[in-house]
Ligand binder design. Structure first.
Ligand code: HEC
Length: 296
């Protein structure tokens, strides 16, 4: 963690051209330090168990959650996602017909020099197939769109996340941008993702138990009652990981300071969030996918 803290100290005085040089980007050693921190903080929890988030930390909440997972509210939504996946003929856009591939996302695309997320590729595919997005109720982040992503996640259950950051300056720069987003303080509350999900993980914040960042990317899209707005099942409860990022950035009242401009879902697939997802998922490498999952 030491290196990360130093990198962060550099960040907080970052003012553009005069920024001090940050240590050479070394994803493998970042990953090692990241894991070691959580192993030390939560000595009873094994790597794979982190994928259960707060339910790995609290036995009472775990029991309630396991009951919910027995007849999961997302099941119906996953079936709808599969039906749409087939109806629009999306298999032909993806390797292996789109099945069991989520563990390789996000990936660096050498040709374009950009990072591709599963949701980004899914939207590109829908457009290539000339699906009428508006008529079909498909937009980034939630609902029908997230249900298709949830179906794709479902076919990848059990696969270990395996994000590659190649030794290519462009990939390393995107990784570094994501890492900085994670460790930089922002918003009126002046808090970083790391403040809540690393240093204060396992503690309470306004009635919420804070999950460790290790294990956070394994189970998306998630299904939340809050998002479902009273529906016990169906596609409405789904949200992608970037929807969740936005929720957390809203909590610290950071959005007006960033790119948010009241245009709904404009944030989705913004290069800043793509970079964050790249870094964040890389830090979860080796943990098996178990999405979709129910979250509070
Ligand atoms: C003020 C504290 C706070 C900050 C800062 C914060 N979050 Fe969260 N976050 C929460 C709370 C509370 C929850 C819900 C409980 C939980 O699972 O941790 C949550 C949930 C999440 C989840 C879902 C966890 C799961 O198991 O499904 C993800 C992913 C996440 N946050 C990522 C981030 C990222 C990335 C950032 C920085 C952009 C961030 N958070 C900043 C408080 C915070």
């Amino acid at each position: 963690m030491r290196k990360l803290i130093i990198a962060f100290a550099a960040l907080s005085v970052l003012g553009g051209a005069s920024a001090p040089a940050v240590a050479k980007t070394d994803p493998a050693s970042d990953l090692n330090e990241f894991r070691q921190y959580f192993y030390k903080k939560f000595p009873g929890i094994k790597l794979q168990e982190f994928s259960d988030g707060i339910y790995a930390l609290d036995q009472g909440r775990r029991a309630e959650w396991q009951l919910m997972e027995e007849f999961p509210s997302y099941e119906d939504g996953v079936n709808k996602g599969r039906a749409m996946f087939e109806k629009y003929g999306l298999a032909s856009c993806f390797k292996n017909g789109g099945k069991g591939i989520k563990q390789h996302y996000p990936y660096f695309d050498k040709k374009s020099g950009t990072v591709r997320t599963l949701e980004g590729d899914l939207m590109a595919c829908l457009k290539r197939k000339n699906v009428d997005l508006k008529a079909e109720g498909l937009r980034f982040g939630k609902g029908n769109f997230a249900a298709i992503a949830a179906y794709m996640a479902y076919t990848s259950r059990g696969e270990k996340q395996n994000v590659v950051v190649p030794n290519d300056e462009r990939a390393l720069a995107i990784y570094e941008r994501g890492k900085q987003h994670f460790y930089a303080k922002r918003g009126q509350l002046n808090m970083a993702c790391a403040d809540c999900h690393i240093y204060n993980s396992g503690m309470m914040a306004r009635g919420n138990l804070l999950s460790p960042a290790l294990g956070q990317t394994s189970h998306f899209p998630v299904w939340r009652r809050k998002w479902a707005k009273g529906n016990e099942s169906g596609v409405k409860g789904f949200g992608t990981i970037q929807r969740r990022y936005n929720g957390c950035n809203k909590q610290v009242r950071a959005l007006p300071m960033m790119w948010y401009n009241k245009k709904k879902y404009k944030y989705e697939q913004h290069p800043e969030y793509v970079a964050l997802e790249y870094f964040h998922t890389y830090m979860n490498n080796g943990i098996r996918l178990n999405g979709p999952a129910i979250r509070q």
